[in-house]
Design a protein around this ligand. Structure first.
Ligand code: HEC
Ligand code: HEC
Length: 366
């Protein structure tokens, strides 16, 4: 073999070696790049948490904005009622389940044909405290055990759960109070305590009571509300607003919204904000906070319409002994803020809120 041939062979071998090394290095680099890209955290789309977020109807509500913020931060953990299997072995089990039954089917016991006595308008607690007081933002009882006894401005004193339950018997059910020591009252209170058993003292869990609803910039309009009522509510609650009873008249299939079987004018739902919040997140039947069916305007306007119809009156002259503590939408004077009964009933509420805030700050400086 000639020297040049040998030289060529060596050269070829070196070139192959070099090529192999280069290929190896390239493969390693590619592998490294792939590994890096895969392990890097997926870049999150920028969420501007302060930007207003429209709800599914394109309305910009404060509540919607807050909700979107919490969902984006993934911090929403809604309250859930305890599992009923946790009742097994409890000495109070029977009483708690009876309490639930009384909330769900109040009229069977206290309605027109009540098994115990006829002392109410025939509504069920559950008509307004949905799913026996367990539905998220359906006026549930999750925060009752943890927050009572508490000071309530309506009575101007400390209230325990018995008093609060009887408030709804006397106002929402337009009836008479239960004896505090009765088996029925004990059962209702045991049930409410059990529902809230896992909620720390003085805390309100996510999803308790009602969900907030932004104010309108105008007064709520009963005429517009009538239109909403006719198209979205009347099919169940009826043209006369009085609902429909079942065949044997033991309960309402569709509860009344006004008329002499409805809540009285001292009840929580008679305040426009409570009504609007209840309806926005729960009506028409099947709606929920995450699947609403009406706009904010429709909710406020239908509240104005319904709460302008005839209903039983309650003697409320002892309510709100301190007039400065009346809610912005308590529709009966006297008031210390200079706004009319009409504006306290229908709004616009923003100016009332703002003026009261100024008054409150001035008072706290004194
Ligand atoms: C017509 C609707 C309606 C009916 C029926 C009704 N409630 Fe209520 N209830 C309300 C509203 C509205 C509130 C909240 C009021 C407020 O915050 O001003 C409320 C509040 C309560 C609270 C306090 C909740 C809290 O977190 O502070 C309890 C307890 C309660 N109701 C029990 C009952 C019981 C028991 C019954 C049946 C005997 C009943 N309610 C029937 C509308 C109703
Ligand atoms: C498909 C039938 C249906 C429609 C439509 C409907 N509701 Fe209801 N509504 C019910 C039923 C049933 C309840 C009682 C729920 C329960 O007991 O679980 C109820 C309860 C209520 C309550 C609380 C109880 C009371 O009688 O005071 C209010 C307030 C209310 N509805 C308002 C409205 C408004 C306003 C609309 C229209 C935007 C509407 N509902 C549409 C079936 C309906």
């Amino acid at each position: 073999m000639s020297d040049t041939n040998k030289h060529d062979e060596k050269l070829a071998a070196a070139v192959i070696k070099l090529t192999q090394i280069i290929v190896f290095l390239v493969v390693v680099i590619i592998a490294l790049v792939i590994a890096l890209v895969k392990s890097a955290p997926a870049s999150k789309p920028e969420v501007d948490l302060e930007a207003p977020v429209p709800d599914e109807y394109g309305n910009f509500t404060e509540a919607g904005k807050l909700e979107a913020k919490r969902v984006a931060q993934n911090t929403v953990q809604y309250w859930q009622a305890p599992d009923e299997t946790s009742l097994n072995g409890l000495s109070q089990k029977e009483s708690i389940l009876y309490g639930k039954e009384l909330i769900a089917h109040t009229s069977i016991y206290f309605g027109e044909k009540g098994k115990i006595f006829n002392s109410t308008n025939g509504m069920n607690c559950q008509n307004c405290h949905l799913d026996a007081g367990t539905k998220v933002f359906g006026n549930n009882y999750s925060a009752v055990a943890s927050t009572y006894p508490k000071y309530r401005a309506r009575s101007g004193g400390m209230e325990n759960i018995y008093k609060r339950v009887n408030d709804c018997f006397e106002r929402s059910l337009n009836g008479t109070a239960l004896d505090t020591s009765s088996k029925e009252m004990q059962a209702i209170v045991n049930y409410i305590h059990w529902l809230g058993k896992d909620v720390p003292k003085n805390k309100k869990p996510e999803g308790s009571g009602f969900k907030d609803l932004a104010f309108l910039d105008r007064a709520a309009d009963p005429d517009k509300g009538k239109n909403v009522y006719e198209t979205k509510c009347q099919s169940c609650h009826q043209a006369n607003g009085e609902g429909i009873m079942n065949g044997d008249r033991t309960a309402f299939t569709y509860p009344p919204l006004w008329g002499n079987k409805s809540y009285n004018d001292g009840a929580g739902l008679y305040r426009l904000s409570n009504f609007a919040k209840y309806v926005k997140y729960n009506m028409p039947l099947g709606a929920s906070h995450s699947a609403t069916q009406i706009t904010d305007e429709e909710a406020w306007d239908v509240a104005a319409f319904v709460n302008s119809q005839k209903r039983p009156k309650k003697d409320i002259k002892h309510d709100w002994p301190s007039i400065a503590e009346k809610p912005f939408d308590h529709p009966f004077g006297p008031f210390d803020d200079g706004f009319s009964e009409k504006q306290h009933k229908f709004g616009p509420f923003k100016p009332i809120r703002e003026k009261r805030e100024i008054m409150r700050k001035a008072n706290s400086k004194k």
